[in-house]
Write a protein that binds this ligand. Sequence first.
Ligand SMILES: [Zn+2]
Length: 389
Amino acid sequence: MKNKKRKVKKKRIFGLLFIIILIFVIIFLIFNLKGNKSLKSKGYSNLEIAEIEKLTSNEITTILKYDYNKNLIYMIDSENYNSSKLNLYMKYTLKYNDIDYLKIFELINNENFREDKIDDYIYYLNKYDEINGIIKFVNEFKDKNIKDNDITILLLNEKYFIEDYLNRYLSYYNTHKNLEASEIIKRVNSKLDYKFYDDSSKADTSKGMYTLVNKFYYLSNDFVPDNLVNVTGIYARDNAQLNSTAYENFIKMADDARKEGLTLKITTGYRSYNFQATLYNNYVKIDGVKEADTYSARPGYSEHQLGYSADLTNDKNVSFSEFEYTDEYNWLKNNCYKYGFIMRYPKDKEYLTGYIFEAWHYRYVGVDIATYIYENNITYEEYYEFFLR
Ligand SMILES: [Zn+2]
């Protein structure tokens, strides 16, 4: 009996011991699988390990292939973290640890990043912050023997950069070295490296309602648009004509404005070549060519001949110069794009459009384009050159 009891006791102790050892083994295995011990030996702190352990075991394996990386936690916690690029983050933030890791992180995340070009990227990353420009330059332009690498990288970084215009940008830069890259792009895309009227060519009317007419693009003297309708009743101050689509949308706009107690009336819409000629020549007689050119288009160069533009006034029939101070103008400024209209000659863009600020002149381009132009605060010249050319 005594012996039997002892045996049972022994069995229990062994059983308990076995369970304890098993628990230890399981705990050890769990930690080991998760890399805790290995991460610790790499030098990661407990806080860092807690973050790293939120990753998959594949990601942890990748991390363990490299030495301790002091920027790892910032990268994996970033909203731009891409697990498939973890290997690259680890490799190159450690290799080029004298460069801000955020730049390398952004570089690797760029959709055009190419690992085989990494040394070239890094070379320019030491000099510039413009990641997009650097990547485009290294990928596409470095082998083209461009002299002005510096400004080229800055130009390439710009949203509205047009590759075909690179030489024009560079020569404009050479005579305007104080300008920023964005300003050079804006000006050259608006053709300011050419002369108003002197360097003009025929407008591309195959673009229909999107046709650009300005001091560089003219309509022939026999151009008359299709689909003109008469503007009548409460929507007109004088007899006027407008493209039917533009007019439909103008009516919607004027009706909505009226709900807020505002009146929008068209004074002129379409103007024929001959009408514009008479108008312009009269202005020249009064003010001279130079002055007249700032506010009136030469015949053929008027957007009104296209049929998509309207000059507006309100119920008091205020003059054009007074329109800027009306409630109607204030409303149009933030609402006309919803109906597909843009303010064609905005304030502070006189040098781009070639016209003084015209609070009263609106051009129909459709809601999508009007919205883009409104939200990005660009002129139709800039939009057209980049998206529609
Ligand atoms: Zn006008």
